[in-house]
Ligand binder design. Structure first.
Ligand code: URA
Length: 303
């Protein structure tokens, strides 16, 4: 089975292979299945030592990461020689508006339905992750649901399917929802990032800042009664609280969302991938789910 997220990787080791040597294509397929989706040189490259211009002929700008399906024969030297032609990027001061985030905010604000929002994200080129991803992963479930779940980012299987939480952690998530009488017809599931970070690495702060306006707009358009935040990345990005997930989980917060009159009660809890690795934490996650279930029941009885 393919690796799902960084957190799933430990729980998802393939068996050692014995027997006849595999051919090159089979080896490549195996590496892709194990999540190796970046073509890196075996030798480290000192980009500062490379000549500034003219060394490589044509000025090919190196992508941040090659695509999973890029030809395996692409010479690593092209990447290193060409990247010397790229000017160093000076990061904007922390907190300053980033042009891509500003553009995302404008596109998000103009969307009046989840379908329009999806189309806006599909046309947005301000996040380099879209270049390495196979599919945009927007949402799954019921757009009219009263309960919305936000995870971190698609893993390998989500990237292939174009749907969130379909890998090992998604299967656990389905069981968790089932334990409190919910399934995907009664919830809407999305992620902070709509594209898979290469190799399932942790999303960068910039990627989160750029994509956050889309998630917040999605929440505003769905206007759920309750929001369940799966894991530290979602909890921190949505609430702005940078405490660890062990502190944040189980603590209801009232989330003010631009465009909504009422704050949304939101509950951070552990990410299913963490629970796969840390079965002891399931007890606390179970308490969070029961808490959510009783709030849903209270809401139903009062309306
Ligand atoms: N982990 C996430 O956070 N989201 C997914 O869609 C899959 C795994």
């Amino acid at each position: 089975m393919a690796a799902d997220t960084p957190a799933d990787r430990d729980a998802d080791q393939g068996p050692d292979r014995a027997g006849p040597p595999l051919d090159a294509l089979a080896l490549l397929a195996l590496q892709i299945a194990w999540g190796a989706d970046e073509g890196l040189s075996a030798e480290p490259v000192d980009h500062f030592a490379a000549p500034l211009a003219g060394a490589a002929g044509a000025a090919v700008i190196a992508p941040e990461a090659s695509h999973a399906t890029a030809p395996p024969t692409r010479p690593a030297t092209v990447l290193s020689a060409s990247s010397a032609l790229v000017s160093p990027v000076v990061a904007p001061p922390r907190g300053a508006p980033r042009p891509a985030a500003t553009q995302a905010a404008a596109l998000a604000a103009a969307a009046t339905t989840p379908a329009e929002l999806r189309a806006a994200i599909a046309g947005f080129d301000g996040c380099a992750l879209r270049e390495t991803a196979t599919n945009l992963v927007f949402a799954d479930g019921n757009p009219a649901a009263r309960i919305m779940l936000v995870g971190e980012a698609p893993g390998a299987e989500e990237d292939r399917a174009g749907l969130p939480f379909v890998g090992p952690s998604g299967q656990l998530l389905d069981r968790m929802l089932g334990s409190i009488g919910l399934d995907r017809t009664g919830v809407l599931i999305t992620n902070i990032l709509p594209w898979r970070p290469p190799g399932n690495r942790t999303p960068s702060e910039t990627e989160i800042a750029v994509c956050l306006p889309f998630v917040m707009r999605h929440i505003a358009l769905v206007a759920p009664d309750f929001l369940l935040l799966l894991g530290a990345t979602a909890a921190r990005a949505i609430t702005g609280n940078t405490q660890g997930i062990r502190r944040l989980r189980g603590q209801w917060q009232a989330l003010s969302v631009p465009g909504l009159h009422e704050p949304i009660p939101c509950l951070p809890t552990y990410h299913p991938a963490y629970l796969l690795r840390t079965p002891l934490a399931k007890r606390e996650a179970w308490a969070d789910l029961l808490d959510l279930q009783s709030r849903i029941a209270m809401k139903k009885s009062s309306s």
